[in-house]
Design a protein around this ligand. Structure first.
Ligand code: DNO
Length: 348
């Protein structure tokens, strides 16, 4: 397993030099943030980013994410041109030596939380999702602002976009995903890129929008849509794990054995009620997931791909992008290192 860290490019306040000092850290997962969704990522920009990362002594072989334009998810006639742009971006990424590309297929909103700085009993702050609060939230009234999704929508454009989804069923969304994958996976394969779909976070429908990548059955359906070594998964333990019915070690063992796991996000989550959770410290006893069993499952199936310690709390007075500070993610990295060392030595 190769440890990476998410870095938001030159605008990220964390210096690459600090990230490199985390024990076991090998690489960066990042993206081009200043090209509008749907346009081609120019090769020069990708190479510049790669050079910056490599100059700091870190590798750059995974992208998170190349976003999918809403017209593709909606299945609008404009999608063919947008898919061709997506493919051109994949070709450029292939030329730059990128091996894994993460994407998601969530309508309108990427990951969603009700609060970004909820104070926990130890004084740290964490992202939480409280179902009752979310049910009362109205994104069109501007109740919502998250680092994970495009905040450039005006209230009016958001309303128009959400209206376009109003009649869409889950099956419609599956059909649009299939159309997209049939067009991009062959290009990814030729360019030796592995595509990794990120599960929906949280793994249930929100604000009346369909969400489909939520559980083992849906991951199975996804990998069967196009039979190719390039069509696979980003297992995000916290996203899938927000639903107590998802057995994460079992999911890892099942898809790991089929070589379908292309990237992994490792974090813990604490269930606080039906459809409600807190993002917990990585350590098993702080959340509802068994982190030892999770890391062991990855090791048992021989997963050798990239992973990153996922969201951390804000601790020690740090401020910054919610979930993406340095300290708690670094503690997560060190904890995962410890689990891996113990698991490996135990096997000897
Ligand atoms: C949240 C992240 C997601 C993820 C995208 C992948 O912190 O895990 O925003 O990057 O869904 O496309």
């Amino acid at each position: 397993m190769e440890m990476t860290f998410r870095w938001y490019g030159e605008s990220d306040k964390l210096p690459l030099e600090y990230i490199r000092q985390i024990p076991g850290m090998k690489g960066i997962v990042s993206a081009i943030y200043d090209v509008p969704v749907g346009e081609v990522w120019p090769l020069e920009k990708i190479i510049d980013l790669k050079n910056t990362i490599e100059a700091a002594g870190l590798e750059f072989t995974s992208i998170e994410s190349v976003p999918v334009h809403e017209d593709i998810k909606l299945g609008l006639p404009t999608r063919d041109l947008l898919i061709e742009n997506y493919n051109e971006t994949l070709r450029n990424l292939g030329k730059a030596g990128i091996k894994v590309v993460i994407y998601n297929f969530m309508p309108v909103f990427d990951w969603t939380r009700s609060e970004l700085d909820h104070e926990l009993s130890d004084g740290s702050t964490a992202l939480i999702y409280d179902n009752e609060t979310v049910l009362k939230m109205d994104p069109i009234k501007g109740d919502l602002s998250l680092p994970g999704w495009d905040s450039s929508y005006t209230k009016e454009s958001l309303k128009i976009l959400m209206d376009k989804y109003s009649k869409m069923t889950k099956e419609d969304l599956w059909n649009n995903l299939e159309y997209f994958l049939k067009a991009i996976i062959p290009v990814a394969e030729i360019n030796e890129i592995k595509m990794a779909i990120h599960p929906d976070d949280p793994p249930w429908s929100i604000f009346g929008l369909p969400r489909i990548i939520t559980c083992k059955d849906s991951l199975e359906r996804l990998v069967n849509l196009v039979d190719s070594p390039s069509n696979g998964l980003c297992i995000c333990t916290g996203s899938l794990g927000a639903s107590p019915t998802n057995n994460i070690p079992e999911i890892i063992r099942y898809f790991g054995a089929k070589n379908k796991i292309h990237f992994t996000h490792i974090r813990n989550v604490k269930h606080t009620g039906e459809h409600s959770f807190e993002e917990a410290a990585h350590l098993t006893e702080y959340g509802s997931l068994d982190m030892y069993e999770i890391v062991k499952a990855f090791d048992d199936v021989g997963f050798s791909g990239p992973f990153r310690p996922d969201h951390g709390r804000m601790i020690w007075g740090e401020t910054g992008k919610p979930g993406y500070g340095l300290y708690d993610r670094a503690l997560g990295a060190v904890y995962i290192n410890g689990l891996l060392e113990a698991i490996k030595k135990d096997k000897k």
